[in-house]
Structures are given as structure tokens and as C-alpha cells.
Design a protein around this ligand. Structure first.
Ligand code: IMP
Length: 440
């Protein structure tokens, strides 16, 4: 078994949680490498429905180690809340859970600035989750961030907090005209979080690399999606982290030569939450139908997701920037009963045809999708586990997705439960012999 990165190929919410959950049974370690509690990964199994925000989706397996990498921004309060909730559902936390001492901390002022900044933007707002993600990553890049490891060093933490609050309170009071924060209160609150979390804060980079050295299998669990990536997404309507495959290296300290394959997860249609361009968006009853049948409401914020036809330009772009080795397509059953389906093969902007994703937001916003129409199917695919038994039209639709996305499909999800899956090939079957010794 090899080391595999799981990436959202669209704008997030592609169903990564379910795919990671299935693959985690054969993995030794599952590691999150970016994002924070803005993510919402849902896993449904015979023990119930589990929603993860920060904790890797592998936590349901006893023998799997779950790690939060250095590239993640951790809100300790919401992490503890999530752990408590999961413990109430019977999940155990002990030696099976670790987080990086280098992961950055989300502080209350990050959340306050996130919300106030969004409000001040009016119609230009990003539509963030309000979880303080952007401001926390901004501090990381400005070299004033606070690390999880700093929480274990109270005097260092207090010094950094005092310095940061001078600046942050100035913004909150003068620019945004909202409440400010007191050093003592925040310090005491975060010291109590540290007390609860200290046994989990370790050097995850050494741990991961040692495990890989012993041929352990690592799954890198991406959050959000390629088109929310701060470099490759529809900037500035993106999240503030590297959700594309490159983030798996910088967000864990595992080098690219240690990664064997990258799997992209894509719905057989497209959704997006928050603001920003979405060429194949359907604002009519067809889009509403997808939203209802696909239960397209966010698991973190409860917001309704915008829905549209499958956009091959988007997924082809994901194939390119992530170096995808295969795809898992999800929610095939949601298209059951659609008489006609449309696939976007390219964009028209004035007299120009775009086969690749335009970087210019004005161009992308002005693009008209070019559609290929395909016949839908009436038979149910819900819960299908055999590719052979799928309706011929569904097979043709999937084959066309492979062709347009320039990437083979390894897995097809036909329902929310673990078993409702067609496995064409096991993407973890990708191990490459790896040795730093020359053998001379
Ligand atoms: P932020 O990550 O909260 O800063 O939000 C930035 C953008 O990313 C907004 O459009 C959010 O709706 C979107 N976003 C963040 N996390 C997710 C996710 O897990 N799924 C889908 N969209 C997300």
C-alpha cells in the first residue's frame, strides 16, 4: 500500500469524508494538512452519522493514527468541542490522536476580524465560514502567528498574545468598531485549552517520516477543494490555505518523493458555497432539484450550496495542478431520473474558447459554458456496488467524465453509506519502492 493524497477536485464538499473513511481501513495514519474547522466531513456507518471539522475522518478505526499536520490552523475550543461530541458518540481519544506543535492557533480576535472584515466588504464579501481561518493564516505569513507548541510555554504565549493584541485590538476598535479582547481573559482560556490538549501536541513531522520509513501507509486528507486553494482557486474567492496537492507536503513536512498517488474527489455535478464565479451554476428548478436530492446544505454552516452541471474545465484543472492519478466520483445516484444531463466541456468568452481555467476573474465571470448534452437514466443507481449493473447511460456519462477530465475513475459513490460504493481499483495500491541508499 502506498501513500495517497485525497483532494477535492471542485469547490469542496465533494464527499471526501466518505472516501477517506473507506480507505482509512487500510491506512496506518490519516493526516489533515491544511484548513481548520471551516471543513465539514461527514461519515455515515452502522454506528451513526459523524461530522468532522478538524479531526481526520480515520478516527473511527481503532488501529489508525490520526494526525493534524503543521499546515492546519487549530481552534482549540472548537477542537475540544468536537472531541467531546465524538466521545459522546463512542469515539476514543488516546494514543490514536496527535497534532503538530507547529500548527498555528486560531484566537478569538481572528474570528472577530474574519466576521467584521466580511461585514465591511458588503456585496464583495467572500462568504467565509467566519471561523477565523483567513486572519490566522495571515498572521502565520506575517510571522506573528501563535503555534500550538507555544501554548505549552506560557510565558512565550503571553508575550506573543500581548504584542498581538495591541495591533488586533486597534483594528477591532478603530477600523471595525467592534469589541476588543483582554489579555488575561484570552490567556486564561487558552491555558485551560492547553491543559486539556497538551498530551496530543507532538512533532508530527518526525512521527510521519519515521512511519513512512517503516513502510506504513499514510493518507493525506485534504479539506475544501482545488478551486478554493489560495494559489489555484478563484482568487480572492478562496480559502486561505493550500488545499491542492502541494499543501500535503508543506502542511505535514513529508516530502514529494514520499507520496505515491493523488486522488481527486469530484461530484458528478458541481456545487459551491460562498461567493465567487461558478460558470455552470443553475439558478432554476434543475439546480434546486440537485440541491434537494443531493441534500446540498453545508455540514459546518448549514448554508445552502449553489448547484450546477458537471464542469470538466474545473476538474481538468484539478487533474493538472494536483497531478491526479485517479478520481473518485460521488453522488451518482443524485442524477437518477434526470432525462437529460449536460457536461461543460469548455467556456466561451466573447469570440474566445477557453479549454483551460482562466485565471482572470473578470474573464471567468463573463464565461458562458459550452455544453455537451447526454441522455440521462431512469433506473436507480442508489446503493449500486457493481459497475457492470449500472445503466448504460450512466456508464457513458462516467466514461465521458474520464475523457474530459483526463483522469481515470477508481471509485464511484452511489449513496452516503460506506457500502454504497463501486470500487474499480484500490487507489492505495500505488506503492513505489523507495530507498535513499544507492545500493552500490
Ligand atoms: P474560509 O475558509 O472560512 O475563509 O472561507 C473562504 C471560502 O471557502 C468561502 O467561500 C467558504 O464558503 C469556502 N469554504 C471554506 N471551507 C469550506 C468547505 O469545507 N467546503 C466548502 N466551502 C468551504
Amino acid at each position: 500500500m502506498g501513500n495517497l493524497v485525497i483532494i477535492g477536485a471542485q469547490w469542496g464538499d465533494e464527499g471526501k469524508g466518505k472516501i477517506v473513511d473507506i480507505l482509512a481501513q487500510n491506512a496506518d495514519i490519516v493526516v489533515r494538512y491544511q484548513g481548520g474547522s471551516n471543513a465539514g466531513h461527514t461519515v455515515i456507518n452502522d454506528r451513526g452519522t459523524f461530522v468532522f471539522h478538524l479531526i481526520p475522518s480515520g478516527i473511527l478505526y481503532r488501529g489508525t493514527l490520526c494526525a493534524i499536520g503543521n499546515g492546519v490552523v487549530v481552534d482549540p475550543g472548537s477542537l475540544i468541542e468536537e472531541m467531546d461530541h465524538l466521545q459522546g458518540q463512542g469515539v476514543k481519544f488516546g494514543k490514536n490522536f496527535v497534532m503538530s506543535q507547529r500548527a498555528h492557533v486560531i484566537l478569538p480576535y481572528h474570528k472577530a476580524i474574519d466576521r467584521a472584515s466580511e461585514q465591511s466588504k458588503g456585496s464583495r464579501k467572500i462568504g467565509t465560514t467566519g471561523r477565523g481561518i483567513g486572519p490566522s493564516y495571515a498572521d502565520k505569513m506575517a510571522r506573528i502567528g501563535i503555534l500550538m507548541g507555544d501554548l505549552l510555554n506560557p510565558s512565550l504565549f503571553r508575550k506573543k498574545l500581548e504584542e498581538n493584541l495591541v495591533e488586533m485590538n486597534w483594528f477591532l476598535e478603530r477600523l471595525y468598531k467592534v469589541e476588543t479582547f483582554q489579555v488575561d481573559k484570552v490567556f486564561d482560556q487558552y491555558m485551560s485549552y492547553a491543559d486539556r490538549l497538551k498530551s496530543y501536541i507532538v512533532d508530527t513531522t518526525t512521527l510521519l517520516n519515521r512511519a513512512i520509513g517503516k513502510n506504513k501507509t499514510v493518507l493525506f486528507e485534504g479539506a475544501q477543494g482545488t478551486h478554493l486553494d489560495v494559489d489555484f482557486g478563484t482568487y480572492p474567492y478562496v480559502t486561505s490555505s493550500s488545499s491542492a496537492a502541494g499543501g500535503a507536503c508543506t502542511g505535514t513536512g513529508v516530502g514529494p518523493t514520499m507520496i505515491d498517488a493523488v486522488m481527486g474527489i469530484a461530484k458528478v455535478y458541481t456545487t459551491r458555497v460562498g461567493s465567487g464565479p461558478f460558470p455552470t451554476e443553475l439558478t432554476d428548478e434543475v439546480g434546486q432539484g440537485l440541491q434537494e436530492r443531493g441534500k446540498e446544505f453545508g455540514s459546518t454552516t448549514g448554508r445552502a450550496r449553489r448547484c450546477g452541471w458537471f464542469d470538466a474545465v474545473v476538474v481538468r484543472h484539478a487533474t493538472q495542478v494536483n497531478g491526479l492519478s485517479s478520481l473518485a466520483v460521488t453522488k451518482l445516484d443524485v442524477l437518477d431520473g434526470c432525462k437529460e444531463l449536460k457536461l461543460c466541456t469548455g467556456y466561451r468568452h466573447g469570440s474566445t474558447i477557453h479549454k483551460d481555467m482562466p485565471a482572470d476573474l473578470d474573464v471567468l465571470t463573463g464565461c458562458e459554458p459550452i455544453y455537451q448534452r447526454m441522455k440521462g437514466w431512469t433506473a436507480s443507481t442508489t446503493g449500486a456496488t457493481s459497475y457492470k449493473k449500472l445503466p448504460a447511460e450512466a456508464k457513458r456519462y462516467l466514461a465521458r467524465i474520464e475523457e474530459l477530465a483526463q483522469c481515470r475513475i477508481d471509485m464511484i459513490s452511489t449513496g452516503s453509506k460506506r457500502a454504497e460504493t463501486i470500487m474499480l481499483r484500490n487507489p492505495l495500491d500505488c506503492s513505489r519502492r523507495r530507498s535513499r541508499l544507492t545500493g552500490h
